[in-house]
Design a protein around this ligand. Sequence first.
Ligand SMILES: Cc1cc2nc3c(=O)[nH]c(=O)nc-3n(C[C@H](O)[C@H](O)[C@H](O)COP(=O)(O)OP(=O)(O)OC[C@H]3O[C@@H](n4cnc5c(N)ncnc54)[C@H](O)[C@@H]3O)c2cc1C
Length: 142
Amino acid sequence: MIVRRDVLRASKAMQERVKNNPKIEILWNHNTKEIVGVSEGFNKTVNGAILLNNKTNEETRIDIEGFFVAIGHHPNSDIFKGQIDTDDEGYIKTVPGSTKTNIPGVFAAGDVQDKTFRQAVTAAGSGCMAAIEAERFLAEQS
Ligand SMILES: Cc1cc2nc3c(=O)[nH]c(=O)nc-3n(C[C@H](O)[C@H](O)[C@H](O)COP(=O)(O)OP(=O)(O)OC[C@H]3O[C@@H](n4cnc5c(N)ncnc54)[C@H](O)[C@@H]3O)c2cc1C
């Protein structure tokens, strides 16, 4: 596991699970510079990564067969850019206490409009709110 800093942000319990797993080696203070592999036609395989130790500036190559990325969070709202109001980070703006956007009849729910909680249960809850608001909106149209 490649970590850019010398600390983890996850909950203590999750950190302990990782640290106590003998199959996981943590490389602290490392940035990934490049993922290397083979790319010939349909044969696209990963076989290594070039890492930079951001404390010593030392570069190393590790042999790997896969690479899973989990860095930060970017709301998947680009498709709505210029149509629905978003904040500076790209989260869709909703009227507080509701799922209404700046466009009548368009409601936003889940992680794309929630930078605070981003949990399954809050996403599902706001999904329910959006469904009710959409139903009421449609009922008012007739
Ligand atoms: C590694 C990880 C661990 C997590 N662990 C937990 C946990 O333990 N407990 C918890 O409560 N939450 C957890 N979460 C958070 C939880 O997964 C999210 O809060 C939740 O999935 C958000 O639901 P959502 O419906 O808003 O978004 P998503 O689940 O991301 O669903 C969005 C959907 O929209 C689709 N989509 C995107 N763009 C388009 C498009 N242009 N056209 C059509 N479809 C599109 C996507 O394919 C996706 O299916 C975790 C998240 C991650 C990444």
